[in-house]
Design a protein around this ligand. Structure first.
Ligand SMILES: [Zn+2]
Length: 67
C-alpha cells in the first residue's frame, strides 16, 4: 500500500510549462531532454527542458521517447 500524495512538478510529466534552455524562455509543452555538452569537459551531460519548436529545430529526442 503506497500513497502517492507527493506533487512533483515536471518530474515525469510528459508535457508541462517550463523553461526552455534552447531559446532561453518559458514555453508550454516542454520536455526533458539529455544533451552532451561539448567543450565543457569530458562526461559532462546536461538535462534540459526543450519546447516543441526547439526540439524540432535541433532534432532533440525527449528522454521519455528514447528506447
Ligand atoms: Zn524553445
Amino acid at each position: 500500500m503506497s500513497e502517492n500524495t507527493q506533487t512533483a512538478p515536471l518530474a515525469n510529466t510528459p508535457t508541462g510549462y517550463g523553461w526552455c534552455a534552447w531559446h532561453q524562455g518559458n514555453a508550454r509543452g516542454v520536455r526533458l531532454v539529455a544533451v552532451a555538452e561539448q567543450g565543457s569537459g569530458p562526461g559532462t551531460a546536461g538535462r534540459h527542458f526543450a519546447c516543441r519548436p526547439c526540439r524540432e529545430a535541433y532534432d532533440l529526442v525527449p528522454l521519455a521517447d528514447r528506447p
